[in-house]
Design a binder for this molecule. Structure first.
Ligand code: ASP
Length: 329
C-alpha cells in the first residue's frame, strides 16, 4: 500500500476560520473556529495525507505583527526540519496573506512543500469557499509537484508562487492573482497540474535565515499622491525606522515632497525603496537612484517590498547589495 504523506496543518485565523450570524452575511464576521474544526469539515481527507495540526494563533490577519511572523516561520521551520514531516499547510487571513507567504518564502530552508490557504467567505456562508480551498491546499502539499517551488498560495482552484501573488479583489472568491506572471498551476478534479516554476531566488538560496535574524527593523510604507505633504516622512524619521518604502506614482515617480522627504530620510541613514501604486509592471531602476541613495522595487508591490527590505536590513544597509536583492528575490 502507498505510504501517505505526513503533513501538518497550522492555523493562524482569518475568514477561513470565521463565522457570521447567518448564511447570507458575507462580510461582518469574526474568527471563531480552531484549525481542528476546519479539518473535521473536509470529507475523505484521511485518504490524501496523514495530518497533524497546531494552532499558532487565531486572529484576523490585519493583527499580525513582525513578532508573530517570526514565530510562525520558526514553527514552520521546526516542522520542516523534522524527518517525519513531509510538508506544511497554513490557514491564514487573506488580507495580509501575501506578506506572510513572501516572508516565509525568503527565510525557510527546505524543499518540502509549504502551502498557504485562506478563503473569501466565512464558513457559515452559502457557498463558503474555505473547505474546498483547504482540501486543495492539502492535496497540493501532499504532491511531489509542490517540492522545491518555494512557498505556495492556494485559492479558488489555482496555486501561485508567494513571490508573485497578490490580493486583487476585496470580496470575490477569485481574489488572488499574479497578473504579470500567472499562476504556477491548477488543481482540477483532485489532480495537481503544474505549469511553471518561479525563477526568482527563494527559500534555500536566499541570504536570509531564521538563525541569524534577530529583531526585524521597522520599515514604513508611505503612499504618494498629488499634493502630498512631507509630514509622513518626517514622522518616520522621528520614529527611527530602518527603512521607508514609498508607494510612488507610475513607474516609481515621486511627488516633490516625497522626493524631499526621502532625501532627508536617506541623509539620516534610512534605506528607501521606490515601489508603485500601480498594480502591475516593474519599477525600473533610474539613473537618479544611485546619487539619491534610492532603490527600485522591481515588481514587488509596496507591502512585499517592505518584507524584503526588513530582511535585507538584517544583513546590510549597503544600497547596491539591497538593490541586488530586489533584482533577484
Ligand atoms: N479579514 C480577513 C483576514 O483575516 C480577510 C480574509 O481572511 O479573507 O485577513
Amino acid at each position: 500500500m502507498k505510504r501517505l504523506p505526513r503533513l501538518v496543518l497550522l492555523g493562524t485565523g482569518g475568514t477561513i476560520a470565521s463565522t457570521a450570524s447567518d448564511a447570507t452575511t458575507l462580510s461582518d464576521y469574526s474568527v471563531t473556529e480552531n484549525v481542528d474544526a476546519l479539518l473535521a469539515g473536509i470529507p475523505g481527507i484521511e485518504q490524501v495525507a496523514r495530518l497533524g495540526y497546531q494552532q499558532v494563533f487565531n486572529v484576523d490577519s490585519r493583527e499580525i505583527t513582525n513578532g508573530m511572523l517570526v514565530r510562525l516561520a520558526t514553527q514552520v521551520q521546526d516542522l520542516l526540519d523534522d524527518p517525519k514531516v513531509d510538508g506544511v499547510v497554513i490557514t491564514h487571513g487573506t488580507d495580509t496573506l501575501e506578506e506572510s507567504a513572501y516572508f516565509l518564502n525568503l527565510v525557510l530552508k527546505s524543499r518540502k512543500p509549504v502551502v498557504f490557504v485562506g478563503s473569501m467567505r466565512p464558513g457559515s456562508a452559502i457557498s463558503a469557499d474555505g473547505a474546498l480551498n483547504l482540501y486543495n491546499a492539502i492535496l497540493l502539499a501532499a504532491s511531489r509537484e509542490a517540492r522545491g517551488l518555494g512557498v505556495l498560495v492556494m485559492l479558488n482552484d489555482r496555486f501561485f508562487a508567494a513571490r508573485f501573488v497578490t490580493k486583487m479583489n476585496t470580496t470575490r472568491v477569485e481574489a488572488f492573482d499574479a497578473p504579470d506572471q500567472g499562476s504556477l498551476g491548477a488543481i482540477c478534479q483532485g489532480r495537481v497540474h503544474l505549469f511553471q516554476a518561479p525563477a526568482c531566488v527563494h527559500t534555500e538560496k536566499t541570504d536570509f535565515s531564521l538563525d541569524d535574524l534577530g529583531v526585524l527593523p521597522s520599515v514604513d510604507i508611505v503612499y504618494d499622491h498629488q499634493s502630498a505633504g512631507m509630514h509622513h516622512y518626517l514622522a518616520s524619521i522621528k520614529a527611527g525606522v530602518g527603512g521607508i518604502v514609498v508607494a510612488a506614482c507610475g513607474n516609481g515617480s515621486l511627488s516633490p515632497n516625497a522626493e524631499e522627504g526621502l532625501s532627508r530620510a536617506v541623509g539620516k541613514g534610512i534605506v528607501c525603496v521606490r515601489s508603485s501604486r500601480v498594480p502591475t509592471g516593474i519599477v525600473t531602476r533610474s539613473q537618479h537612484d544611485e546619487p539619491h541613495g534610492l532603490i527600485a522595487s522591481n515588481s514587488l508591490n509596496p507591502q512585499k517590498a517592505r518584507i524584503l527590505l526588513m530582511l535585507a536590513l538584517t544583513q546590510t544597509t549597503d544600497r547596491t547589495r539591497i538593490q541586488d536583492y530586489f533584482d533577484r528575490y
